[in-house]
Design a protein around this ligand. Structure first.
Ligand SMILES: Cc1cc2nc3c(=O)[nH]c(=O)nc-3n(C[C@H](O)[C@H](O)[C@H](O)COP(=O)(O)OP(=O)(O)OC[C@H]3O[C@@H](n4cnc5c(N)ncnc54)[C@H](O)[C@@H]3O)c2cc1C
Length: 303
C-alpha cells in the first residue's frame, strides 16, 4: 500500500521532527503500520483547499470534528494523515494543517462505500470530538498546504505505476493468445500501441527520477505521469476484457488476490476482468482528476 512508504513517509522525512521520524518511520519501513489518506471531503475534492474538517487547539491537544471521504481501505487503517482546518483567516490554503491521527481514538468512525466492482475499497471517515495530541502536528500550524503538495507530487509519480503496466501488458498478451485474438492484426495493433506508450511512460518516469536526483524540481510534471499512467491502466483493462469476451464476466473474489492461478474453462485467468475494468474507472479520478492535472500541467509546465 502506497500511503505509508510513498506518501506520508516522504513528508515525515522532509518536514517531521526527529521525534516524529523516530516514532513513525520504522513502522512504515517494515510495513507493520497501515496508513490511510484523509484529504478529500464531501464537496472538497478537486477544490481541496475548501476543506472544512476542523482541528481546534485546546492546551496540548487538538479537538477534531468533521468528515473525510473516499478514504481508500480505511477499514484496515491504523493511522490516518489528515488535512485539517486550523484557521479561517486569509486564503483557504493558509489555514490548513497536517495532522497524524490514531484511528483507534474514540470518536473515529469508518463507514464503507461499495464500488462498481462490488468491493468496499473506499470509505467515509467521521471525526466526532477526536482528541489528538498536539505533538502529532507535522511542521508548523497552518503550513499544511505546502506539505500536502509535496505529498501529492509523490502520489502522482507513483500512480504512473510502470511496473504494473509492464506486468499487465504481458498478461494481456497471454489472454489474447489463449483466446485467439492475438492472430487478429487489428487487435495486435492495439497491443503494440499500448506497448509503445508503456515504454514512453517508463522513459518519462526515469527522466523525472534522474532530474530529481540531480536537484532539479521535475515533480511539476508529476501530473503528466499521472495522466498518461492512468490512461494506460484503463486501456489495458479494456483490452483484456475485450480479449476475454464472455469469460471476463464471472466475478470470482479470490481471483483478485495476487498470484491467483485459477482454472477456467476456455480462457486462461480472465476473471475478474470485467470487475477490473469497472474498478479502473477510478484511475482518472483519484490522486486529482485528469482534467485538473491538465490544468496544472498547462499552468506550471507550459506557462
Ligand atoms: C477509488 C478512489 C480512491 C480514493 N482514495 C482517496 C483517499 O484514500 N484519500 C483521499 O483523500 N481521497 C481519495 N480519493 C478522492 C479523490 O482524490 C477525489 O475523488 C478527486 O480529487 C476528485 O474529487 P471529487 O471526487 O470531489 O470530484 P469533483 O472535484 O467534484 O470533480 C467532479 C468532476 O469535475 C471535474 N472538475 C472539477 N474541477 C475542475 C476544473 N477546475 N477544471 C476542469 N474540470 C474540473 C473533475 O475532473 C471531475 O470530472 C479517492 C477517489 C477514488 C475514486
Amino acid at each position: 500500500m502506497p500511503f505509508g512508504p510513498v506518501m506520508v513517509a516522504p513528508v515525515i522525512m522532509a518536514f517531521g521532527s526527529p521525534e516524529q521520524q523516530k516514532r513513525f518511520l520504522p513502522g512504515i519501513a517494515s510495513g507493520e503500520v497501515w496508513w490511510s489518506q484523509g484529504y478529500s471531503e464531501p464537496g472538497s475534492g478537486s477544490d481541496l483547499a475548501s476543506l472544512k474538517t476542523r482541528a481546534e487547539r485546546k492546551g496540548d491537544k487538538y479537538i477534531v470534528n468533521g468528515q473525510k471521504t473516499w478514504t481508500t481501505l480505511a477499514q484496515y487503517g491504523e493511522w490516518i494523515f489528515c488535512l485539517v482546518r486550523t484557521s479561517t483567516e486569509g486564503k483557504p490554503q493558509t489555514g490548513i494543517s497536517f495532522l497524524l491521527i490514531d484511528m483507534k481514538s474514540p470518536g473515529v468512525t469508518v463507514r464503507p462505500i461499495v464500488m462498481l466492482d462490488g468491493e468496499p475499497e473506499v470509505n467515509e471517515v467521521f471525526f466526532d470530538n477526536v482528541e489528538v495530541p498536539a505533538e502529532n502536528l507535522i511542521g508548523e500550524e497552518n503550513k499544511g498546504w505546502t506539505y500536502a503538495k509535496h505529498l501529492l507530487s509523490h502520489e502522482r509519480t507513483n500512480i504512473a505505476d510502470v511496473n504494473r503496466a509492464k506486468r499487465e501488458l504481458e498478461r494481456l498478451k497471454r489472454i489474447a493468445r489463449s483466446e485467439g485474438v492475438y492472430e487478429d492484426q487489428r487487435f495486435r495493433d492495439e497491443i503494440a500501441k499500448l506497448e509503445v506508450d508503456v515504454v514512453a511512460l517508463e522513459m518519462l518516469v526515469l527522466r523525472v527520477l534522474s532530474a530529481e536526483k540531480s536537484g532539479k524540481n521535475p515533480l511539476d510534471i508529476a501530473g503528466l505521469l499521472k495522466i498518461k499512467g492512468s490512461e494506460i491502466q484503463q486501456r489495458y483493462a479494456e483490452l483484456m476484457m475485450l480479449a476475454g469476451g464472455p469469460f471476463s464476466l464471472p466475478f470470482i473474489r479470490e481471483a483478485m488476490d495476487a498470484g491467483y492461478r485459477g482454472e477456467y474453462v476456455g480462457a486462461a485467468y480472465p476473471a475478474p476482468l470485467a470487475a477490473n475494468f469497472f474498478n479502473m474507472r477510478k484511475t482518472t479520478i483519484y490522486g486529482g482528476s485528469n482534467e485538473v492535472q491538465r490544468n496544472i500541467v498547462s499552468q506550471t509546465v507550459l506557462g
